[in-house]
Write a protein that binds this ligand. Structure first.
Ligand SMILES: [Zn+2]
Length: 281
């Protein structure tokens, strides 16, 4: 068995992404289901009616699979897709697990993942992330989910999309997917929001004035709002006005309670340790 060698490796916001893009014009190397040997292997079509514009990011779960020695789930799914042609007609842009991330399709091309048909809005307008999990809640499982949230934030940011453009597979055709994440979808969205706030705070010319490593009482803005959403998603009340973007006494109290519960220094200041614990919850 030979494992895939990436055509390129890039690092974005600390996430290493290995590229093995299925070539344009690739053909089925065998008959499979409704496809004949020699049929087009993927849509070979640009997103959003041929413009290539990304309108949404769609999150899926797929099962953790037994790993051959020396590789991992994301590589195995990528290789099973192309060149092995063993993934039927599932074509996604990214596979991500607790250690690895592989890109299979260009970000301007149509995948097959949303179950709403070749020209359905899910397939036609969105990028697909398959987060590989086993649902055990283990550290590895949580790491896969958090890395998936970071990737979703990176894609939303790159394509100038807001959190409202983050979709679950279920939103397109009703299928219960991402099956391990849907039961706590709000928490997942809060994680994406927090990653997005950090990414946007790093960008040049950003209007975000706060460094996330220094959030404390009296700070304001979208990073505070992201923090509040994370706290609320984890069961800590930030007061009657909810996630209002203002770090007032109720938010400080929520931070202190969270820090106590996690065995952190309960100082009410959100530094890398507190934010790391919140994202890992
Ligand atoms: Zn799905």
């Amino acid at each position: 068995m030979s494992f895939l060698t990436p055509d390129n490796i890039r690092i974005e916001h600390g996430l290493e992404i290995k590229e093995k893009i299925i070539p344009w014009g690739a053909r089925w190397p065998k008959a499979s289901g409704k496809y004949r040997n020699g049929d087009l292997f993927k849509a070979d079509r640009l997103l959003s009616g041929g413009t290539g514009k990304v309108e949404y990011v769609t999150v899926h779960n797929t099962e953790d699979i037994p790993e051959a020695r020396g590789t991992n789930d994301a590589e195995q799914y990528t290789r099973a897709t192309w060149p092995n042609a063993n993934m039927a007609d599932v074509r996604v842009h990214y596979y991500i697990d607790e250690t690895d991330c592989w890109q299979n399709l260009r970000e301007d091309e149509v995948g097959w993942h949303a179950g709403d048909g070749n020209y359905g809005p899910g397939n036609d307008t969105s990028l697909a992330i398959e987060i590989i999990m086993d649902g055990s809640g283990s550290a590895a499982d949580r790491a896969a989910e958090d890395r998936g949230a970071l990737l979703a934030a990176i894609l939303l940011d790159r394509h100038g999309l807001g959190l409202d453009r983050l979709k679950a597979h279920k939103d397109w055709n009703g299928k219960f997917c991402p099956f391990y994440i849907l039961p706590h979808w709000a928490k997942f969205v809060a994680k994406v929001e927090a990653h997005l706030a950090v990414i946007r705070s790093r960008e040049e010319g950003s209007t975000y004035m706060l460094e996330l490593s220094m959030l404390a009482q009296d700070d304001r803005g979208d990073q505070v709002k992201a923090l509040q959403h994370l706290l609320i998603a984890n069961g800590y009340s930030c007061g009657g006005s909810g996630a209002d973007g203002i770090f007032g006494p109720a938010t400080e109290n929520a931070v202190i309670c969270f820090q106590e519960d996690c065995g952190l220094l309960p100082d009410g200041i959100v530094g890398p340790d507190t934010m790391g614990s919140l994202l890992g919850c």
